[in-house]
Design a protein. Sequence first.
Length: 186
Amino acid sequence: MEIVRPHPPRAPRTQLGILMTALIVLVAGYSANRTSAFQWFLLNASLRTQFPEVRWITTRDLADWLEDRHRQPPVLLDVRTPDEWDVSHLPGAQRANHGTSAEAALSRATADTDVVVYDAVGYRAAELATRLRVVGFTHVESLDGSIFKWANEHRPLVRDRDPVRRVHPYTQFWGRLLLDDVRASL
């Protein structure tokens, strides 16, 4: 006789992360064209709850690092779709498919290579950061606020090495996190 066991319950932090994401969606339904600071707060709290092992780097700290000529720059991994990448990305970044294996994303890097991952708002990047750390990469950080925050602060973006100002909004909903002057059309 085979014993059928129910699926184990979700971890409390996963349930909390899902609840926080649902709250973001609910609050967004009542707001105007842009997402509020409260929604940014909820998004960041949700990411940190769902990915507690991920280390985060601020946009300011990354910008300072990239400008420091005495420090080796990190490998920048952009975990967005080709359509998002084609609108703009951080200078020097390389694109990694969202579902790619950690080994494929950094095939030429050593375990102690400094890596900063980013996407639109942080979920896909945090997932890849987690996978990279699991396989032994020790210096992995996710960009806090990802490319949306970077763009909102009017930091450098490129397309084919040419400076640009706009970012792909990912979806109409998430695009509300972008300021009007940096949001590309869908």
